[in-house]
Each structure stands twice: as C-alpha cells, then as structure tokens.
Ligand binder design. Structure first.
Ligand code: HEC
Length: 164
C-alpha cells in the first residue's frame, strides 16, 4: 500500500520536477522575455525616420505617404489598363461605363453617382486618389484591391470617360 502511494506521488510530482529544471535553468532554453526586445518597441527607438515628402496627417496622428501627382495623365496605355481594372473593381457598383446602375450599386442609398458627368470634372486627381485609397462615404476603400499605379490607371480612365 505504502509502495503504491509513493509510486503515485512520484508520478504526480514528476512533471513538477521537470518544470523546475527549466525554472532554475538546469535545462536552458533561449526565451526572450524582455519587453524592450520586441519589434514593436524597437521600432520606436533609434533615429526617427522623417515623414515622406507630401505625406499628410491622416486619421488621428497616423501619417500616410501620398503621391498626389498623376504620373501619367492621359497616357492611352494607362487608360486601357484603367478600363480593365474598372470593369473588375468598380463596374459592379458604378455600372459598365461608370454611369451607375451596377447590380451591387442598387443596394446603396443614395446610389453610386454617375462618374461621367460634371461631378468628375470638379474633382481633382489628388482627391480621386484619396477616394480610391480610403473610400468615400459608403463606398468601400480600394487600397487593398488596387496598387498605387493601378489607382492612377483607373483615374486616367475616369478622366477619359468624362471627356465624351
Ligand atoms: C461596393 C460598391 C462600390 C464600388 C465597388 C465602388 N464604388 Fe465608388 N462609390 C460607391 C458609392 C455608394 C458612392 C457614393 C458614396 C456616398 O456618397 O456616400 C461612390 C462614390 C464614388 C465617387 C464619387 C466621390 C464624390 O466625391 O462624390 C467616385 C469618384 C467613385 N465612387 C469611384 C469609384 C471607382 C473608380 C471605383 C473602382 C475602383 C469604385 N468607385 C468602386 C460605391 C462603390
């Protein structure tokens, strides 16, 4: 009986003893528990990198780099790329030719505006870029769908629509 109790106790204590080996570093596992060694803290140290030129404060303190100049305005190749991108990313809401009436757009109230009319002429490139990056009102942000260059392609396509 006593023997059995000792064996059971030994079995129960074994994990605890094994744990102590790690606690007292008899078995030493490299484990970094210092808070200051985290990436999130390290990034705050050292020389502070200046904000990129033309970056603007955006939503409570965060800074976003913005290329506010259209790199290829009116370039026909860019317009063609933009047309293809528009068909994939915008037409569901804004309709095939940007005049509205896309199947998903019908669920919005007010519906997505006609992008071929005066509205678009009144919007400058930088603003359109912001709309495509961050969304606008109920329109979702497109920053994950379109690279910076692709956003400019779409903007050039929109400009070509507005000229007709
Ligand atoms: C899920 C639907 C949806 C998609 C996809 C979408 N839009 Fe919109 N868009 C809207 C809605 C809705 C509005 C009106 C928002 C409001 O007034 O609240 C809008 C507004 C706009 C405006 C007008 C901004 C202003 O100042 O009035 C522009 C320009 C625009 N969209 C361009 C695009 C382009 C380009 C794409 C594709 C890259 C796109 N949208 C994709 C729904 C969408």
């Amino acid at each position: 009986m006593i023997r059995r109790t000792v064996i059971i106790l030994a079995i129960l204590l074994l994990p605890l003893l094994a744990g102590l080996l790690f606690t007292y570093e008899v078995i030493n596992v490299e484990f970094n528990s210092l808070m200051e060694d985290q990436v999130s803290v390290k990034n705050q140290e050292g020389p502070i990198i200046p904000f990129p030129e033309q970056s603007v404060p955006f939503k409570r303190g965060a800074y976003v780099a913005r290329t506010v100049e259209n790199p290829y305005p009116g370039d026909p190749e860019s317009v063609a790329r933009g047309e293809a991108l528009f068909a994939v990313h915008c037409a569901v809401c804004h309709g095939d030719k940007g005049i509205g009436g896309g199947p998903v757009g019908e669920y919005f109230d007010p519906p997505p505006p006609d992008l071929t009319k005066d509205l678009l002429r009144s919007l400058n490139d930088a603003f359109l870029f912001t709309v495509l990056t961050d969304g606008f009102g109920r329109m979702p942000r497109m920053v994950e769908n379109l690279s910076v260059d692709e956003r400019w392609d779409v903007i050039n396509y929109l400009r070509s629509l507005a000229q007709d």
